[in-house]
Design a protein around this ligand. Structure first.
Ligand code: PRX
Length: 652
C-alpha cells in the first residue's frame, strides 16, 4: 500500500454552521443514507420541492435503456421560468445580476428587469429569426449580461444553446457551429479587456462561409465600433429589441428536452457536444448552489468563471438564478488594473461567496500577496475552487489571507459532463483538508474504483466513478451515441454493470476523504481548461513543415499544467531558425483553436518514442518533459535510442 500524506483538518466555522442548510456531518450522513435507501424517493422528493412543474412528473427514473436514462418522465416545465418567473412574486425588485464591466461600469438587473429582457430577447429570436423549439443557437459572447439573457431566451422558447468560449478561434467556432448545425449565432461587436476594446464579430464573420448552416447573426453592440455587416444575415440586437413585447409565454418543455450543448475536449478526436437536458440539470444546479455555497436570501455571490465554460453555465447563470440569488458577472480581467481587483470588488459589493479557479488564486497570490490587506473582506463566508487540483500553498493563502481563517473552502470537483458538483465539502458540515474534494454530495453515488470495479483501497490511486445515474448527468454526445457510450461507460464495470467513469484518478485517505489526482487520459488541464492532446496535435499537423507531433502536459507553476510539444519536422523542410518555427507553429494553433492552446514548450526532435505497432509512448514523453528519470521499459520501442537522443537534446 502506498502511503499518502496526512493532511491537517479544519473544522467548519461554528457560527456559520448554526444557520447552514446542512449543519453537521450527521445531517450530511442522514441525507446520504436517505439517498442510498430510497434513491428515487430522494430525488423525486427534491424535484417536487424545488421545481415548479407545469405538469407533474409520473416516473422519477427510467434506467431501462441505460446509459440513456430519463429523469422525471411525464413532467413538464420551463427552465427560464424556473430562473425568473417564479421569483417575481417575492423577489421582483431583488438584484438578479450585478454586472461590473472591465472599466468599472456597473449595472444592477433586478428579477423584474431580467424578466423583461429575456422575454423581449425570446420574442426577437422567435419573430425576427424564426427560432423554434429544438433549433440550435450558438452564443459567442463576452461576459456581459446579454450573454445570460441570450441563454435564458433560448431556454424560454425551447431552443438549444451552445456557447462557444470567446477565446476560441474562428476555426474552432466553425467546427462547433457545423457539428451542432446551428442556424443562428448570437455575438457582440466586441468587448473590453484591460481598458481596451477588442473585437469578436470578425471572428464570427470568418467562421461563416456560404455552406454554413448559420443563416442569421445577431450582434449586440457593446463597443459601438465599425464592424462589417452582411446584409440579410447580420442584425443589430440594439435596434431589433426596441420593438419587442416584454411578454413571451415560456415553451412547455419535457423534463428531458435538451437545454444546451457545450463542447468539451476528450482524449481522442474532435470536441464533443455534451448535452444537458432541462429538469435534471436545473434541479442539481439549484440544489448544489444551496448546499455547497449555502447562499442566503440577502447574500451576494460571485463566480469569476466565463459563461463559455460549464462553471459559467451552472454557477453564474442557471444555479444562482434558479434559487433566486444575486449573482455577480464580471467582464474584466481579475488582475487588472492590479491584483487587488477582486478584493476591491469583494469589499465594494460585500460579496459573501467567492468562487474561482486555482490558477487565478496562484496568479493573485504571486502578483499581489499583500493586496488583500488593503480591503475589507469580512463579508466573505464561503470560498470555492474549481477546475483543477489546488496545491496546498495556494490553498493556505486562500484560506488565511482571503478567508481570514474563518471561511470554509469548498474544493468542488465536477466536470462539464456532470452538470454540477459531485464531490465537494459542505461548508457548514464538512471538516476540510487542504486541496481535498472530501466526500460525494448527498445523492451522488461517487466512488473510487479499481479496474475490476472494486472500491479502491486507502492510499491507492483508482478511477473516479459514479455508480448510479444522477439527474444532471450528461445525456448524450450530440450526434454521436456510440461516442457517448464509449467515452463514459466503456471502461469500468461494478458488479458487472457499466458505471460512469469521469476520466480522473483519485485516492481515498484513511478517513475516507477523496483527493482528485488528475486525468488518467490524454487530456491536459491548462488553467482549469480541458485541452485534448489530439486536438492540439491535429492543429500543429496543419503546419506544412510538420511531419509528426506529440503533445503532453507538464506541471506549470501558475497554470497547473502547460502544453509541451515534441515536433518532428519534415526532412525537406529546411528550417534554419527554430525560434521562428516555434512562432509559426504557434500561429497555426492560434488560428485553429485559439490562444488557450498555445504551447509553453516546443522542441524539435528527430523522432518520437513509438512501440513497434506505431503507438506513441506518451508516458515516456511526459517523464522527459518533467525532467524525471526514465524508469519505463524502453526495449520494446521501435527505436529505443530516440529516448536518449531527446533527453540529451533537452539537457543541452
Ligand atoms: O480533471 C478534472 C478537473 O477538471 C476536469 C473537468 O473539466 P471541465 O469539464 O472543463 O470542467 C471544469 C469545471 C468543472 C475534471 O475531469 N477538475 C475539476 N474540478 C476539480 C478538478 N480537478 C481537481 N480538483 C477539482 N476540484
Amino acid at each position: 500500500m502506498s502511503q499518502i500524506e496526512a493532511k491537517p483538518v479544519f473544522q467548519p466555522n461554528k457560527e456559520f454552521s448554526k444557520t447552514a442548510r446542512i449543519k453537521n456531518m450527521c445531517e450530511y450522513k442522514a441525507l446520504q443514507d436517505a439517498a442510498t435507501e430510497d434513491y428515487e424517493g430522494f430525488w423525486g422528493g427534491y424535484a417536487k420541492e424545488k421545481l415548479d412543474w407545469i405538469e407533474p412528473f409520473t416516473n422519477t427514473l427510467d434506467e431501462s435503456n441505460f446509459p440513456f436514462v430519463k429523469w422525471f418522465g411525464g413532467g413538464k416545465l420551463n427552465v427560464s421560468a424556473q430562473c425568473i418567473d417564479r421569483h417575481l412574486e417575492f423577489r421582483k425588485n431583488k438584484a438578479a445580476i450585478i454586472f461590473e464591466g472591465d472599466r468599472g461600469d456597473k449595472q444592477v438587473i433586478t428579477y423584474l428587469d431580467l424578466y423583461y429582457k429575456v422575454n423581449k430577447f425570446a420574442n426577437l429570436l422567435k419573430e425576427d429569426f424564426g427560432v423554434k423549439k429544438g433549433d440550435r443557437v450558438v452564443i459567442y459572447m463576452p461576459m456581459i449580461p446579454e450573454a445570460a439573457y441570450a441563454m435564458l431566451a433560448c431556454a424560454r422558447i425551447g431552443a438549444i444553446h451552445s456557447i462557444v468560449f470567446g477565446g476560441f478561434s474562428s476555426e474552432a467556432l466553425k467546427d462547433r457551429i457545423e457539428d451542432a448545425e446551428a442556424k443562428v449565432v448570437i455575438t457582440a461587436d466586441g468587448a473590453y479587456r484591460k481598458d481596451k476594446p477588442y473585437m469578436l464579430k470578425p471572428v464570427v464573420d470568418a467562421a461563416i462561409d456560404a455552406n454554413s448552416p448559420v443563416k442569421k447573426v445577431l450582434v449586440i453592440e457593446r463597443n459601438n465600433e465599425d464592424v462589417t455587416w452582411v446584409a440579410g444575415r447580420d442584425y443589430s440586437y440594439n435596434e431589433l429589441i426596441k420593438s419587442k413585447s416584454g411578454k413571451c409565454e415560456p415553451e412547455v418543455m419535457d423534463a428531458e428536452d435538451p437545454l444546451f450543448l457545450l463542447y468539451t475536449s476528450g482524449s481522442t478526436g474532435k470536441p464533443k457536444g455534451v448535452q444537458h437536458n432541462s429538469a435534471g440539470y436545473i434541479l442539481w444546479a439549484q440544489m448544489t448552489m444551496e448546499w455547497v455555497f449555502d447562499v442566503k436570501e440577502n447574500d451576494t455571490y460571485w463566480c469569476t468563471a466565463d459563461v463559455g465554460w460549464i462553471t459559467g453555465h451552472t454557477y453564474i447563470v442557471y444555479g444562482p438564478l434558479a434559487m433566486g440569488a444575486t449573482t455577480v458577472m464580471f467582464e474584466g480581467v481579475i488582475t487588472h488594473p492590479d491584483a487587488g481587483r477582486p478584493w476591491k470588488m469583494v469589499e465594494e459589493h460585500k460579496i459573501n461567496q467567492f468562487y474561482t479557479a486555482p490558477t487565478a488564486i496562484r496568479v493573485l497570490h504571486k502578483m499581489g500577496e499583500h493586496e488583500p490587506l488593503k480591503y475589507d473582506l469580512s463579508s466573505l463566508k464561503v470560498l470555492g475552487t474549481v477546475g483543477e487540483p489546488i496545491d496546498p500553498p495556494a490553498w493556505k493563502w486562500y484560506y488565511e489571507a482571503i478567508g481570514g481563517s474563518k471561511c470554509a473552502i469548498v474544493d468542488t470537483y465536477w466536470q462539464t459532463e456532470t452538470g454540477g458538483h459531485i464531490v465537494s465539502p459542505i461548508p457548514g458540515a464538512t471538516p476540510i483538508k487542504p486541496a481535498c474534494a472530501t466526500f460525494p454530495l448527498p445523492g451522488i453515488m461517487a466512488e473510487i474504483l479499481d479496474e475490476n470495479g472494486e472500491k479502491s483501497p486507502v492510499g491507492e490511486k483508482g478511477l473516479m466513478c459514479v455508480t448510479r445515474p444522477w439527474p444532471s448527468m450528461i445525456r448524450g454526445v450530440w450526434g454521436d451515441e456510440k461516442r457517448f457510450v464509449k467515452s463514459y461507460f466503456g471502461d469500468v464495470k461494478k458488479d458487472g454493470k457499466p458505471v460512469y467513469f469521469t476520466g480522473d484518478g483519485a485516492v481515498y485517505d484513511a478517513d475516507g476523504y477523496i483527493t482528485i489526482t488528475g486525468r488518467t487520459d490524454d487530456v491536459i488541464n491548462v488553467s482549469g481548461h480541458r485541452m485534448g492532446t489530439a486536438e492540439v496535435e491535429a492543429a500543429i499537423k496543419k503546419h506544412p513543415n510538420v511531419a509528426e507531433v506529440a503533445v503532453v502536459g507538464k506541471p506549470h507553476e501558475i497554470k497547473g499544467e502547460g502544453i509541451f510539444a515534441y515536433v518532428v519536422l519534415k526532412s525537406d523542410s529546411g528550417v534554419a531558425d527554430e525560434v521562428e518555427e516555434v512562432k509559426a507553429i504557434n500561429k497555426v494553433i492560434q488560428k485553429e483553436i485559439g490562444n488557450i492552446a498555445l504551447c509553453d514548450d516546443m522542441v524539435f526532435t528527430s523522432g518520437l518514442p513509438k512501440t513497434r505497432s506505431g503507438k506513441i509512448m506518451r508516458r515516456i514523453l511526459r517523464s522527459i518533459a518533467k525532467g524525471e528519470e526514465i524508469t519505463q521499459d524502453i526495449s520494446t520501442l521501435e527505436d529505443p535510442s530516440i529516448v536518449e537522443k531527446i533527453v540529451n537534446m533537452l539537457r543541452k
